[in-house]
Design a binder for this molecule. Structure first.
Ligand code: UDP
Length: 512
């Protein structure tokens, strides 16, 4: 089913003198950190003359349908192709199709199974939609074979930093963490342009241990990366150029940095931001409007993490004790034995913060981009998800790093040690939020101290602020006409068009 009336140039015939219309299919993985940057990229491709089709399921489509409709109305060739999610077959209620809706490992597993079941249907679509190129999430390794069968390029879409991928590649290849005295002993990550140390505990569990099914899955992912025509990165040259270069060398594939995509797609007034709010002045905006420039800390742990009540309570005390203003988005954890205690604590805390006017709580989902762009925001506490990092950087904001899982500890190294725009809260262990226990709770004093350093007026904070602002400005230039990311996107589109021309020519030769 095609959900947007097609104003496509399907009928535009490919001729020798005509610019070929590029038909690009985007296949996002349904978790916000992967889906948002891919949808932004699909929109950017369409703005630059390609025809973009995003394949996804209904509930996922509804989260960005408005933006696509508004691009379409503005004359761009973009649409969503909706496929049904097999909810009942995997035992999920209708509408639970995105990892952010999974409040337990069991539900997330079912969502994953549902996505896996769509493979055959998607492969048929690649064929029927007459794709010239597939831009697919890293988590669909099989799409490299689909592209090969169709004789078209597959572009591997990675939604984190070059640095994290290079570091992870080195750790997987050399396994410097094996045979160390303890999980907390430091080791050097080999072959990187900078000296970078980590501990085994900071690595994702599937890398720490050997021969597990997750590692096998990721082997397929990384093998498909090397076999892809190239990779698209939501990063920009001057942010991590040495790692962009290093990546090309180790992977031996082409790569295009086209980020920061959120800042780019939202920098034009045509079309819609992915954070659209209906109300003219929602409460959180009124609250931010009442605050001084650069005085408020935004606290968020991304789209997936739901912290245990004991940790939420420490954060609450830590923030309150810092004396600085904050706006904090809390994702509710359900089915907790101690839910009632947690709820009443948070309720009292929210009331107290409202009275003192020190803090504002947003439940479950925040319009993050709109908040970050507000002039009262002066810094952010982040779990080091790459999108949140780029979004903060785009507004020149320094950060407090609180990594949780996956590649987030590598991103922390980039922010704290290399770019020097962040204060580390001091988390020691890489753990999925569902596994966090009492022993993992970061204590209130650590939180208060980090907040005071970042939001205070000491030299360290001023220097971080200056550097973050400078990087934000460099990022803005990258996406302007003539900037590095801008040029990369144009060059990529041109290259894909040339490939299409060669393909058509060889097809004709064969036919004659
Ligand atoms: N996000 C948001 N509101 C929220 C939480 C997250 O808009 O309350 C968006 C955020 O702006 C970013 C994405 O969701 O674009 C999260 O991606 P990130 O890579 O930062 O972390 P992940 O959620 O994948 O861990």
């Amino acid at each position: 089913m095609i959900s947007t009336k097609s104003k496509h140039k399907h009928t535009q015939r490919f001729g020798m003198k005509m610019e070929p219309q590029l038909n690009i299919i985007f296949l996002p993985y349904p978790t916000p950190g992967h889906m948002i940057p891919m949808v932004d990229s699909a929109r950017l491709f369409a703005r630059h003359g390609a025809s973009s089709t995003i394949i996804t399921t209904q509930a996922n489509a509804s989260t960005f349908q408005k933006a696509i409709d508004s691009d379409f109305e503005a004359g761009y060739s973009i649409r969503i192709h909706v496929i049904p999610f097999p909810a009942s077959q995997v035992g999920l209620p209708e509408g639970v199709e995105n990892m952010k809706d999974g409040n337990s490992l069991e539900i997330m597993g079912k969502i994953g199974r549902g996505i896996h079941m769509l493979r055959d249907q998607i492969e048929l679509l690649f064929h029927d939609l007459n794709a010239d190129c597939l831009v697919t999430d890293m988590l669909y390794p099989w799409t490299v074979d689909s592209a090969e069968k169709l004789g078209i390029p597959r572009l591997y879409f990675y939604s984190s930093s070059y640095f994290s991928n290079c570091a992870s590649y080195s750790v997987r290849t050399h396994r410097p963490h094996d045979g160390l005295e303890s999980d907390t002993s430091k080791f050097l990550i080999p072959d990187l342009p900078h000296k970078t140390e980590m501990t085994a505990l900071q690595l994702a569990e599937w890398i720490r241990t050997k021969n597990n099914s997750t590692a096998q899955f990721f082997d397929a992912v990384f093998e498909s990366e090397k076999r892809s025509y190239g990779a698209v990165y939501n990063s920009f040259h001057d942010l991590e150029n040495e790692y962009e270069e290093h990546y090309k060398n180790i992977m031996g594939i082409k790569v295009w940095s086209i980020g920061p995509v959120a800042a780019w797609i939202n920098s034009t007034n045509k079309g819609q931001k992915h954070d659209h709010v209906e109300e003219l002045e929602p409460k959180w905006l009124k609250w931010l409007n009442s605050k001084k420039i650069g005085s408020v800390l935004y606290v968020s742990f991304g789209s997936l993490t739901r912290l245990p009540n004991a940790q939420v309570a420490e954060i609450a005390h830590g923030l309150e004790n810092s004396g600085h203003d904050f706006i904090w988005v809390i994702r509710k954890r359900e089915n907790n034995d101690d839910d009632n205690d947690g709820d009443s604590f948070l309720h009292d805390f929210e009331v107290r913060m409202r009275e003192s006017n020190q803090g504002y709580i947003i439940w479950n989902w925040a319009p993050q981009l709109l908040i970050l762009e507000h002039s009262s925001i002066g810094g952010i506490v982040t779990h080091c998800g790459w999108n949140s990092i780029l979004e903060s950087l785009s507004f020149g904001l320094p950060m407090i790093t609180w990594p949780m899982f996956a590649e987030q500890f590598y991103n922390e190294k980039l922010l704290v040690d290399m770019l020097k725009i962040s204060v580390a809260i001091g988390v020691k262990e890489n753990k999925l939020w569902v596994s966090l226990g009492e022993e993992d709770v970061v204590k209130r004093d650590m939180i208060t101290n980090a907040v005071k350093v970042l939001m205070g007026s000491g030299e360290e904070s001023m220097e971080m602020r200056k550097r973050a602002k400078k990087l934000g400005d460099v990022g803005k230039r990258a996406i302007e006409e003539g900037g590095t990311s801008y040029n990369n996107l144009i060059r990529l589109i041109q290259e894909l068009k040339s490939l299409k021309v060669s393909r058509e020519l060889s097809k004709r030769k064969l036919e004659n």
